[in-house]
Write a protein that binds this ligand. Structure first.
Ligand code: GLC
Ligand code: CA
Length: 567
C-alpha cells in the first residue's frame, strides 16, 4: 500500500497555484522578532482567501543561517526559532484541511559545515566512511572546469581545511561542503531524510541545486549522467512507497539541459523554467515579443505527467546566468541602475520595484505568469506589490517581513523594532504604511483584489495548467498573442486566446484566426462577448500594457459561458 497524500489527483500539481514563503518572514506569534509556525498557521485563512493551493516553504531546518537556511545542520528537525516539529505537523494538518498542499526543501547537494557529518568528516582519517560523506582532494587543481556560482564571495570551489589537511569541494558558499554522491551511504541518508518528511504527509519536495550532485574531472560537473542516476533512484523510492507526491527540480540551466531532469517521466515531475523568466522582463523593456517566443521555441516538449514551474520572482536574485552576454548587459542596464541592486550574476530586486511600481506592468507580467503553459509560482508579498531593501546584504533585501497592516512592524511582530530579524520596508513608496494587506483588503481596486480575482479565474480553466500552446505571429511585434487549447477528451475543446500589449502605448493588431472562423470570443474577466471570428484578420486594439483573455466558443448564435461569474 502506498502512503496517500493530501491530493487525490496524481496530477494535482498541473492545476496548482504555488505560493512561496519563508516562515521566518511571514508572521511572528511570540514576538521575538522572528516569524514562526504558529504565526504562519494564523495566516492560513489569508492564503486560502487569496486562492493559492500549494505552499512552498523555504528551509526551516536547524541551521547557522549563513545562507538563510540552505545551510542545513540537521535534516530531521525544525529550527527552534520557528517552532517545533509538533508545530510543523499542526501547520501541515491545518494546510491540508484547507485543501492546500505543502512543498518543502530537500537541499542535498550540500550541508552546513556545522552538520555533524561534516564535523566528523574533518576529523576522520582519509578513506574512512565518515570522511567519505564529502568530496575531498589533496589539490585544488581538479574539477577546474566547474564554474563558480557565488562569484561575489567565492574565488574557488575548493576550500582548504586545516583539521582534515585537505581541500573540500563546494559549489556554493565555502561553509556549504558538497555531499559525496559517489558514496552509497550519502544516498541512503538522503532517502532517510526524504522519508522522514514524506511519511509525515508532506506533498512535495523542491530539489535544491540538483545539477551539481556528482562531479567528474574533465567535465563542467553539471547535469552528469551519474547525477541523473541519483535522481532516478530518489524518484523510484518515492513511486514505490508514496502516492501523489511531487518533486520539483531547481536546475538553473538552458531548456535543452533541463529537459533530462524530467527523464521519461521518471525523474522530476516539475522543473523551473529559468530561461523564460529574465526574457519576460526583457520583452517588456524592449517592447518586443521576440525574447519570449524565441526561448519558447527552444523549449522542448516534456512527458505528459510533467510540468514547467513558472515564476516572475523568488527569494534569490533575478538570475542572468541563462542569457547571452549581450542580453545580460542589457538587463543590468535596464533593471539595475544602482550597482547595489546587482549580486553575483543577477539582480536582487522584487517585482514591483523592477517595473517602477507600474501597476499596469505588474498586471501584465502576472497575466503571462498565469496563462503560460505551466504552474505559476507567486513570491510572498508580490501580491500586494511589496518593495525591497537593497541596503541589506546578500539576497536579504527581498526577504523582509510580510507587511500585514500599518501598525508597529507592519503587524508582523509586536517586538521592539530593533529586535526584528530584518527591518521592515519603511520608504514612502513601498513602506508598510503605504503597502499592506489590511489596506488592500479594504480597497476594492487594490493589487491584492486584482490578484485574487485573476487566480480565481485561472482556476476555472484547466486549459492553463494542462493545455497546449501556439503562438500567433501578427506583424506588430509589440503584441504577444497565443492560443491555449485543451482537448477535454469528449471531443470538445477548451480554447483560450491570450493577447498582451508589451508596449507603453496603445497598439492595434490583426490576428489570423481563420482556423476559428465562426467562433465567438468571450472576454473572460467580464464575460463580454466579442465580435465573431471570420476568415479575415481579427482586429483588436489594446491599451498600454493591457492584455485580453478570450475564451473561444464554437457556438451558433447562443453564448454559453463556462464557469461562474466573478464579482
Ligand atoms: C539555491 C537556493 C539559494 C541557495 C543555493 C545554495 O539556489 O535557491 O537560495 O543560496 O541554492 O543552497
Ligand atoms: Ca517568533
Amino acid at each position: 500500500m502506498k502512503k496517500p497524500a493530501s491530493a487525490s489527483d496524481p496530477l494535482w500539481y498541473k492545476d496548482a497555484i504555488i505560493y512561496e514563503l519563508h516562515v521566518r518572514a511571514f508572521a511572528d506569534s511570540n514576538n521575538d522578532g522572528i516569524g514562526d509556525f504558529p504565526g504562519l498557521i494564523s495566516k492560513l485563512d489569508y492564503l486560502q482567501d487569496l486562492g493559492v493551493t500549494c505552499l512552498w516553504l523555504l528551509p526551516f531546518f536547524p541551521s547557522p543561517l549563513r545562507d538563510d537556511g540552505y545551510d542545513i545542520a540537521n535534516y530531521e528537525d525544525v529550527n527552534s526559532s520557528y517552532g517545533t516539529l509538533k508545530d510543523f505537523k499542526t501547520f501541515l494538518d491545518a494546510a491540508h484541511q484547507r485543501n492546500m498542499q505543502v512543498m518543502i526543501e530537500l537541499v542535498v547537494n550540500h550541508t552546513s559545515d556545522q552538520h555533524p557529518w561534516f564535523k566528523a568528516a574533518r576529523l576522520a582519517p582519509p578513506g574512512s566512511p565518515e570522511r567519505e560523506m564529502y568530496v575531498w582532494s589533496e589539490t585544488d587543481q581538479v574539477f577546474k572546469e566547474a564554474r563558480i556560482i557565488f562569484t561575489d564571495t567565492e574565488k574557488s570551489n575548493w576550500t582548504w581545511d586545516e583539521k582534515a589537511k585537505a581541500y573540500y569541494w563546494h559549489r556554493f558558499f565555502s561553509h556549504q561542503p558538497d555531499l559525496n554522491f559517489d558514496n552509497p551511504r550519502v544516498i541512503q541518508e538522503v532517502l532517510k531524510a526524504m522519508r522522514f518528511w514524506l511519511d509525515m504527509g508532506v506533498d512535495a519536495l523542491r530539489m535544491d541545486a540538483i545539477p551539481y550532485l556528482v562531479e567528474r574531472d574533465g567535465t563542467n560537473c553539471e547535469n552528469l549522467a551519474e547525477t541523473h542516476a541519483v535522481i532516478k533512484e530518489i524518484r523510484a523510492a518515492i513511486d514505490e512507497d508514496y502516492a501523489n507526491r511531487l518533486i520539483l527540480a531547481e536546475a538553473n540551466q538552458w531548456p535543452a539541459d533541463v529537459r533530462p531532469y524530467f527523464g521519461d517521466g521518471d525523474e522530476c515531475h516539475m522543473a523551473f523554467h529559468f530561461p523564460l523568466m529574465p526574457r519576460i522582463y526583457m520583452a517588456l523593456r524592449q517592447e518586443d515579443r521576440l525574447p519570449i517566443t524565441d526561448i519558447m521555441a527552444q523549449t522542448p516538449s516534456i512527458p505528459n505527467n510533467c510540468q514547467w514551474g513558472l515564476f516572475l520572482r523568488n527569494h534569490d536574485e533575478l538570475t542572468l546566468e541563462m542569457v547571452t552576454d549581450d542580453e545580460r548587459d542589457y538587463m543590468y542596464l535596464a533593471y539595475s541602475a544602482d550597482p547595489r541592486m546587482r549580486i553575483n550574476v543577477g539582480i536582487r530586486r522584487r517585482l514591483a520595484p523592477l517595473v517602477d511600481n507600474n501597476r499596469r506592468r505588474i498586471e501584465l507580467l502576472n497575466s503571462l505568469l498565469l496563462s503560460f503553459p505551466g504552474t505559476p509560482i507567486l513570491y510572498y508579498g508580490d501580491e500586494i506589490g511589496m518593495g525591497d531593501n537593497i541596503y541589506l546584504g546578500d539576497r536579504n533585501g527581498v526577504r523582509t517581513p510580510m507587511q500585514w497592516n500599518s501598525d508597529r512592524n507592519a503587524g508582523f511582530s509586536r517586538c521592539d523594532p530593533a529586535r526584528l530579524y530584518f527591518p521592515v520596508v519603511m520608504d514612502p513608496i513601498y513602506g508598510y504604511t503605504a503597502i499592506n494587506v489590511e489596506a488592500q483588503l479594504s480597497d476594492q481596486s487594490s493589487l491584492l483584489h486584482w490578484t485574487r480575482n485573476m487566480i480565481a479565474l485561472r482556476k476555472l480553466f484547466q486549459v492553463f495548467g494542462r493545455g497546449t500552446l501556439r503562438f500567433l505571429s501578427p506583424a506588430n511585434r509589440k503584441i504577444l498573442a497565443y492560443l491555449r487549447d485543451l482537448d477535454r477528451g469528449d471531443g470538445s475543446h477548451e480554447t483560450v486566446l491570450c493577447v498582451a500589449n508589451l508596449s507603453r502605448f496603445a497598439q492595434p493588431v490583426a490576428l489570423d484566426l481563420s482556423d476559428y472562423a465562426g467562433y465567438e470570443p468571450v472576454e473572460m474577466l467580464g464575460y463580454v462577448p466579442f465580435p465573431k471570428i471570420t476568415k479575415t484578420p481579427y482586429v483588436l486594439t489594446l491599451a498600454q500594457y493591457s492584455f485580453l483573455w478570450l475564451e473561444l466558443h464554437p457556438n451558433d448564435g447562443v453564448t454559453e459561458v463556462s464557469g461562474e461569474g466573478l464579482a
